[in-house]
Write a protein that binds this ligand. Structure first.
Ligand SMILES: NC(=O)c1ccc[n+]([C@@H]2O[C@H](COP(=O)([O-])OP(=O)(O)OC[C@H]3O[C@@H](n4cnc5c(N)ncnc54)[C@H](O)[C@@H]3O)[C@@H](O)[C@H]2O)c1
Ligand SMILES: O=C(O)[C@H]1O[C@H](OP(=O)(O)OP(=O)(O)OC[C@H]2O[C@@H](n3ccc(=O)[nH]c3=O)[C@H](O)[C@@H]2O)[C@H](O)[C@@H](O)[C@@H]1O
Length: 387
């Protein structure tokens, strides 16, 4: 890789070693791809699974062979973790249970995964003076202030009541029995612990708050490369419905709003954080695309149109159906009403802006889904149900 690459201040970029925890996941797999194909850096890829990065680990003829080493380990209880963090210049922690269907049904696992299990990672980085980039979530903002105003209040249109800003916005969650918020609250507390390690012990940290990053290899298709009864995040849920020619299920009518950013745009932001430590250390960054806001219903309707174009199949007559959150997720579900990221800090520090429109990112993602799963789904549907 050309060693003439320079950072945002014109300084040459030196090759580093990165300990990436959760490297086998959706974001991790795209980040490993970027690091292998466009940079000279070395990755120690830690995860329980490696299906999504197998193409990077084999064959040995890969030009980057030797720069990525997979270590199969569960950070909950593995004595190798500290040694791997000490071997690296930078640790990136992506490990988490991060599918909402788990938050209210597996709250203990969710809290342990997003807070308790991250504690040794922060401790080892701080004690060994290693830089940490930790993945939190936009969900730490919870609900907008505007969502508590009367439905017809004009203030709901005032950005001060809904734009989410890292250094100003509060974290607003539902009540304790709304166990959906176990995840966001665990993420909030690990953010506060990291921030305190920075303030008290000088830990060099960057916290990332992704706003619905989507793209190929996100989660799984139930009954194909994940459990049949599994409930992944919305992109995979809707993809599964489209692949199976079923109506898309709109939870509580799909009125919640989201902004979606293409994984490839988001990975550019992460690479800027990795290679510009002076501009990234000590900061919390929103990474999202405020121009891509839709309700979940609008997302579904757009995905139906895009998939029809990609697959050549006409859309269903009744392409969507409303379901209650109780029926879909069970007791204790609650939701974020709206997620618009303020982009001031990431613009100022890293000069990053997302590029890809929602239609375009859905076109490339659903092309991947159709190419990857359509045949397998046909076989499953054709197979007579076991009597
Ligand atoms: N994808 C998004 O849009 C999004 C949005 C907000 C926050 N995040 C955060 O980004 C991070 C990565 O998300 P993702 O979408 O890639 O999720 P993912 O589930 O695809 O990846 C997480 C990976 O971590 C691994 N992991 C979990 N627990 C582990 C453990 N104890 N030991 C070793 N490995 C473990 C899993 O095997 C998985 O490969 C998570 O912390 C998530 O909370 C993601
Ligand atoms: O991706 C993110 O930025 C963060 O938000 C996600 O939370 P959420 O956006 O609620 O996750 P989804 O499961 O993708 O649900 C999005 C919306 O679609 C709705 N939905 C989901 C699935 C479905 O089949 N139908 C449906 O209407 C959900 O109720 C929710 O309103 C997850 O918590 C994490 O990935 C991450 O922290």
């Amino acid at each position: 890789m050309a060693s003439s690459r320079v950072d945002l201040d014109g300084n040459p970029i030196k090759p580093i070693t990165i300990c990436m925890i959760g490297a086998g996941g959706f974001i991790g797999s795209h980040l490993c791809e970027k690091l292998m194909t466009e940079t000279p850096h070395t990755v120690l890829a830690l995860d329980v699974y490696n299906d999504k990065i197998k193409h990077l680990l084999e064959p040995e003829t890969n030009p980057w062979h030797g720069r990525i080493n997979f270590h199969r380990l569960n950070i909950k209880h593995d004595s190798r973790l500290e040694g791997l963090i000490k071997m690296a210049d930078l640790t990136i922690n992506l490990a988490a249970i991060c599918t909402p269907a788990d938050y209210n049904t597996r709250p203990l696992d969710t809290i342990y995964s997003n807070f308790i299990d991250a504690l040794p990672v922060v401790k080892y980085c701080s004690e060994n003076n290693k830089r940490l980039i930790h993945f939190s979530t936009c969900e730490v903002y919870g609900k907008t202030i505007g969502s508590f105003l009367p439905k017809d209040s004009p203030l709901r249109k005032d950005p001060a009541y809904y734009v989410l800003k890292e250094d100003e916005s509060p974290c607003i969650f539902g009540s304790i029995e709304k166990q959906r918020w176990s995840y966001a609250c665990a993420k909030q507390l690990i953010e506060r612990l990291i921030y305190a390690e920075g303030a008290e012990n000088g830990l060099e940290f960057t916290i990332v708050r992704p706003f619905n990053w989507i793209g190929p290899r996100m989660d799984f298709i139930p009954g194909i490369d994940g459990p049949s009864e599994g409930v992944p995040r919305v992109l995979a849920c809707f993809s599964n419905n489209l692949l199976r020619k079923e109506p898309l299920k709109l939870v509580d009518g799909g009125q919640s709003q989201r902004t979606f950013v293409y994984i490839k745009d988001a990975i550019e932001a992460v690479l800027l954080m990795i290679e510009n430590p002076a501009r990234a250390n000590g900061h919390i960054f929103n990474v999202g695309n405020p121009n891509n806001e839709v309700t979940v219903r609008q997302l579904g309707e757009m995905m139906v149109k895009v998939y029809s174009k990609v697959s050549g199949d006409p859309p269903l007559e009744n392409a969507t159906v409303d379901v209650s959150s109780k029926e879909f997720y069970g007791e204790g579900y609650d939701d974020s009403d709206k997620r618009i990221p303020d982009m001031t800090i990431i613009n100022r520090q890293l000069g990053w802006n997302p590029k890809t429109s929602l239609w375009d990112l859905l076109e490339s993602t659903l092309t991947y889904q159709h190419r990857t799963y359509a045949e397998a789904i046909k076989k499953v549907i054709a197979k007579p149900v076991a009597s």
